[in-house]
Design a protein around this ligand. Structure first.
Ligand SMILES: [Zn+2]
Ligand SMILES: [Zn+2]
Length: 246
């Protein structure tokens, strides 16, 4: 595959011109197109993977974002190129730099846009009020903002179990060992999600306290651990997808 991908900020039309993330994929071949199937995996494992097919002409790029396919990119989400056997051959994961509390060079931890002081609006000399050109009206610091998908309680676990029951009911001939594997995967995924929630809770707690420098490395270690869990979760989700699709 001759593909190059990267994540960029852009102004989403569907979000009324707000900043949003897009994934841009380019075919670097100059004589032939690349045709392949792909999937987008939610870093938190809550959403169903988005699956589709792409035919990318030589030397051409395509944007995959909220405006083009309704996928709202969040930290930890992965774009994966699949082969005929549904295996991942290449992937890109959104991993934006995360600042520790107080570390952001722009807002120093307030998370407020410096140009408009978090109001989203600026007043010009002739007292005209207009939308802040930096944050585009959100009032959020654009330097340290990272889109994170919210984890909704334990409902994910329940939904997964329900889906699982439905799947078994629809396929009575499904062999038991495979069913056991699927059950085990659901359990592992559920446990991982709980671990991620715990990490996020710890993070929030650390953010609430004023961290000194010695605690900083602990915070970064926590973030790294969470990213590791996210990656494991993506792999498990993929494995489950393959098993259930058999
Ligand atoms: Zn900031
Ligand atoms: Zn602003």
């Amino acid at each position: 595959m001759r593909l190059e991908g990267d994540f960029q900020w852009f102004q989403s039309k569907r979000k009324g011109g707000r900043w949003s993330i897009r994934f841009q994929l380019r075919c670097t071949r100059w004589w032939r197109e690349e045709a392949f199937r792909y999937a987008i995996f939610d870093g938190t494992g809550q959403l169903e993977p988005y699956r589709s097919f792409l035919e990318l002409p030589a030397n051409n790029a395509v944007n995959i974002d909220y405006d083009t396919c309704s996928w709202d990119w969040c930290q930890g989400d992965t774009f994966a190129v699949l082969n005929e056997k549904d295996e991942i051959v290449e992937h890109w994961t959104l991993s934006l730099h995360t600042y520790a509390p107080g570390e952001c060079p722009e807002c120093h931890g307030t998370k407020q846009c410096q140009k408009c002081q978090g109001t989203g609006q600026i007043k010009s000399q002739n007292h005209m009020i207009s939308t802040c050109p930096d944050c585009l009206g959100t009032g959020t610091c654009v330097c340290c903002y990272v889109p994170i998908r919210k984890i909704i309680g334990n409902t994910t676990g329940t939904t997964l179990t329900n889906d699982n029951t439905l799947a078994s009911a629809n396929h009575p001939a499904m062999d038991m060992s495979r069913q056991r594997k699927i059950d085990a995967l659901h359990k592992q995924i559920f446990d991982l999600q709980a671990k991620i929630q715990q990490c996020e809770w710890d993070e929030r707690m650390m953010q609430m306290r004023n961290l000194d420098v010695s605690a900083h490395s602990v915070y970064m270690a926590k973030l790294q651990l969470k990213m590791k869990y996210h990656q494991q979760l993506i792999n498990l989700q993929h494995e489950l997808q393959q098993l259930e699709g058999m």
